[in-house]
Design a protein around this ligand. Structure first.
Ligand code: ATP
Ligand code: MG
Length: 850
């Protein structure tokens, strides 16, 4: 469900995503005919059904798309005949409920009606049940450019017989009627769209069909809602139990239950497929879906505590047999979901408190309309969608200014657009039909030529993407960064700054285009960088294995970055890895390095064979039928990365950090080889430096211990001295008291060393006099401090307090403070204002005493 290696897509949103490289001609298909089931998620980008989900009964966020595929093999006739045969003969669906649509043609596209498809349908359906569809509904395009073609949909009319008699179903096809819905879409890819908008014929024609499993179930089970099929009812029953509400009695409650049951699937599957909720990109999409479910549960089902994670067992019961990975990641999903729920519930209540305050203020001012900016802030910072804010406002007889809200929203979208301004040019194809060959496991140099290139402009900076007939450059994938290097011939030398992998195509980035793009070049990969990356990649495998043996088999890779400077490894584990365990892991990995295991690599091994060998597979990774197995000793992984020839090359492995990145996910960062040696030498130098600073004799522990003991003794001595000193200072202060209308006033700065004793001094002065006001100031850690103390008679008779004095004079030190009527303190930022503050306080007090 989670897409990797395609910058245009975060999640699989259609069955064809997994075959995109075939349609683009980047890979050759192994089988020309395929049938499959593909988890899809339509919550962002081109397909976004999120707002519909729950409110209608046939759009889900995640759904299972059934498909059959022809890669240059069968075409319209077979696709239509077989679809019909499957629905009506195999599944025995009532023919009278089915309709089909065909592309009616389009002037702008210069295309006629798809008569071919029409004729094949006419064999199965009466003419009035084959409906013309326009470009929007019946012409499928992968994107602004690329493969496209007409499509033909099958719709089903699920209304009751009475209703069907009143209005003919053909009038409701593609009209958003909740009971007349699209079931299956047959796409006939026959054109390629170029950047200038023109269509050209594809050399090979393909079929791509997609049928929503949940809608098909509804059709087979004769239900009027996807949520009434056995895919969803067990989950809905469980929500009823947890919430004490009944499904089917109140529309708001029903919507909420549908939202929760739908989103539960999305969240659980996305976590098992490796995408955890987070605060950016794909992770943020998942977090927002989870929050949407929490919010509906909170508002309409009155949940005040986390509840979604409690639905996991019933989801596993209904879907676990088909998707055993759910059961395997049960603990992780449950932990992550619960924690996310709890944290959002906290945010929700903060947001609601804030909204309550705004409601109160608005009412007090006798306004009816709440500023749209506030609604936007609630949306932006607390994840409150406008409808939730509006709901709460309407319960209080208020509305939000939608115009202002939309303005803020548009401004934010514009900012996002500007940030991601990418222009991609058309491929200039120099050699047709050339599938790029990667030879970088064995060679770092080769002769090559450019097969195609294009210009890409990101934020006004242009780069060229080059594709070669053969390449030693590794394209960034599987967490390993891309290679860099050069291509050159006698006339020029072009720097390859990075290499990426996109839809199975290895793309080399350069800042300039060669003057002669048709020339032959020699390629040379940056060997040093590659070697460091290889050390880090092999170490990652050894680390993975060591973690599993030290911490347990539950350790599973959840993310990885293999860089030339370091490696980063994220894995499922539920508590901090202790220092002892880290040390154990480091020892184990280094032992494996010294064992100097040779790389045993098996390319093109059937996946079943790899499983037999016990190779570790990662969930959410896309593996072909033939895989590459990388083995060092007992570490066996499926991996496409580049590795060292023998583990001894790594030299040394050192973990430099261990932390938590999400609930249940830990992160280890480590370095190898020369970098690890540097690190250890640095540490040693540090210790030597410390030792000589402490003038110790190579026993730094003892030196520091001495230092600590000495320090605490000095502190004790200092306390005794301070105590004596306070007594002297007190006497001086008392002697300095001035008479003012029968009250003693003391205004003094005391010595910085007594700064922390300000309160003590104040209280003992208070005891000395019957009527007194003392204002004392001190410098404490370079910051100004003021304290005011006064006898109770003043508060009573003169009717002012220490707090008033402090608030007034604190302005001079740019600070603030407070306290009790008889004793108040203030701290500030402006040390230079301290004398002024004292003076000001004195005037204030004298004024009051007068
Ligand atoms: P609709 O118009 O109903 O949104 P669509 O045109 O977006 O459908 P396609 O992109 O053609 O649908 O996808 C093929 C099939 O996938 C549809 O016929 C339907 O059965 C199913 N499908 C599409 N979107 C969803 C969804 N959000 N939830 C469940 N099934 C869906
Ligand atoms: Mg749709």
């Amino acid at each position: 469900m989670v897409v990797k290696n395609d910058p245009t897509l975060m999640f699989t949103n259609a069955g064809m995503n997994q075959f995109k490289d075939i349609f683009l001609g980047n890979s050759k298909p192994v089988d020309l005919r395929v049938a499959d089931s593909q988890k899809c998620l339509r919550v962002s980008g081109k397909h976004n059904d999120l707002e519909e989900v729950g409110h209608d009964t046939y759009h889900h966020t995640m759904f299972e798309m059934l498909g059959n595929w022809s890669f240059g093999d069968y075409f319209k006739k077979e696709a239509i005949d077989w679809a019909w045969e499957y629905l009506t003969s195999v599944l025995k669906i009532d023919k009278s409920r089915l309709y089909s649509t065909v592309f009616e043609g389009d002037k702008d596209l210069k295309l006629d009606k798809d008569n071919e498809a029409y004729d094949y349908w006419a064999k199965h359906l009466p003419k009035d049940r084959i409906i013309n569809g326009n470009r929007k509904d019946n012409f499928w395009e992968m994107g602004d450019v690329g493969p496209c073609g007409p499509c033909s949909e099958i719709h089903a009319d699920l209304r009751s017989d009475e209703e069907r008699k009143v209005i003919d179903g053909s009038k409701l096809v593609n009209k958003d009627h909740p009971q007349v819905i699209e079931i299956w879409n047959l796409v006939f890819m026959q054109f390629n769209r170029k950047t200038n908008g023109e269509l050209e014929n594809l050399p090979q024609k393909h079929v791509d069909t997609g049928m929503g499993f949940e809608r098909l179930c509804r059709l087979i089970q004769g239900k009027s809602s996807n949520y009434d099929t056995d895919i969803f009812t067990p989950i809905i029953r469980e929500i009823e139990k947890l919430s004490n509400f009944k499904y089917g009695e109140n529309e708001d409650v029903d919507v909420a239950m549908r939202v929760v049951s739908d989103h539960l699937r999305t969240i659980a599957f996305s976590i098992t497929d490796g995408q955890l909720p987070s605060n950016n990109k794909a992770g943020y999409v998942i977090r927002r879906i989870l929050r949407r479910a929490v919010r509906y549960g909170y508002t309409f089902l009155k949940f005040r505590e986390s509840f979604i994670y409690k639905l996991l067992p019933v989801l596993i019961e209904t879907m676990g047999e088909a998707y055993p990975e759910l059961e395997n990641s049960k603990v992780l999903i449950s932990k992550v979901v619960k924690e996310e729920e709890e944290s959002f519930l906290r945010t929700l209540s903060t947001g609601i408190n804030m909204l309550d305050k705004i409601i109160k203020e608005t009412k007090e001012n006798n306004y009816k309309v709440v500023n749209g900016k506030i609604a936007f802030e609630l949306y932006d910072t607390y994840g409150f969608p406008l409808d939730l804010t509006e709901l709460i406002l309407s319960e209080n007889g208020l509305v939000a200014n939608r115009q202002e809200f939309n303005k803020e929203m548009d401004a934010q979208k514009q900012r996002a657009r500007n940030a991601a301004n990418v222009e991609t040019g058309d491929w200039v194809v120099l050699a047709e039909d050339d599938i790029e060959e990667f030879i970088g496991y064995d060679y770092l140099e080769t002769e090559l030529f450019i097969t195609r290139y294009r210009k890409v402009t990101v934020k006004k900076k242009s780069l060229y993407q080059l594709v070669f007939n053969i390449t030693p450059f590794y394209g960034e994938s599987g967490g390993q960064i891309g290679d860099s290097g050069f291509i050159y011939n006698e006339n020029e030398k072009i720097k390859i700054i990075d290499t990426k992998k996109e839809n199975n195509l290895i793309i080399h980035l350069s800042k300039e285009l060669p003057k002669d793009v048709n020339a032959k070049f020699t390629a040379e990969v940056d060997k040093e960088k590659r070697q460091s990356v290889a050390c880090n990649h092999t170490s990652t495998h050894l680390l993975h294995e060591a973690l599993r043996s030290v911490l347990g088999e539950h350790v599973e890779q959840k993310g990885s970055l293999v860089h030339y400077d370091y490696l980063r490894f994220d894995f499922a584990h539920f508590e901090k890895v202790s220092n002892e365990q880290i040390e154990q892991v480091e020892r184990m990995v280094n032992r494996k390095i010294r064992a100097n295991y040779f790389l045993e690599e098996k390319r093109e091994t059937p996946i079943s064979k790899a499983k037999e060998l016990g190779a570790m597979m990662l969930f959410g990774e896309k593996y072909g039928d033939l895989v590459r197995v990388v083995k060092y000793g007992d570490s066996i992984e499926l991996c496409g990365g580049t590795h060292v020839k023998s583990s001894g090359e790594i030299g040394l492995f050192k973990i430099i950090s261990e932390s938590s990145i999400a609930s249940g996910i830990r992160r280890i960062e480590a370095i190898t080889g020369e970098k690890a040696v540097d690190h250890i030498l640095d540490q040693e130098r540090l210790i030597n430096d410390l030792d000589s600073m402490l003038k110790g004799n190579n026993d730094i522990r003892k030196s520091i211990d001495n230092l600590i003991q000495n320090n605490s003794k000095l502190n004790k001595d200092l306390d005794i001295i301070k105590q004596n000193f306070i007594n002297i200072e007190k006497r001086d202060l008392i002697d300095s008291a001035e008479d003012f209308n029968n009250t003693k006033i003391i205004v003094e700065r005391i010595k910085p060393i007594l700064g922390d004793k300000l309160k003590d001094i104040c209280f003992s002065i208070k005891k000395e006099f019957t009527s007194v006001v003392a204002i004392l100031a001190a410098e404490v850690n370079n910051k100004p401090q003021i304290a005011v103390v006064m006898s109770d008679d003043i508060i009573k008779d003169k009717k002012f307090t220490a707090v008033e004095v402090i608030r007034d004079c604190a302005k001079e030190i740019q600070g603030g403070g407070g306290g009790q009527p008889f004793f108040a303190t203030a701290g500030g930022k402006n040390l230079n204002g301290l004398d002024k503050a004292l003076h000001r306080a004195k005037l204030f007090v004298e004024d009051k005493l007068n």
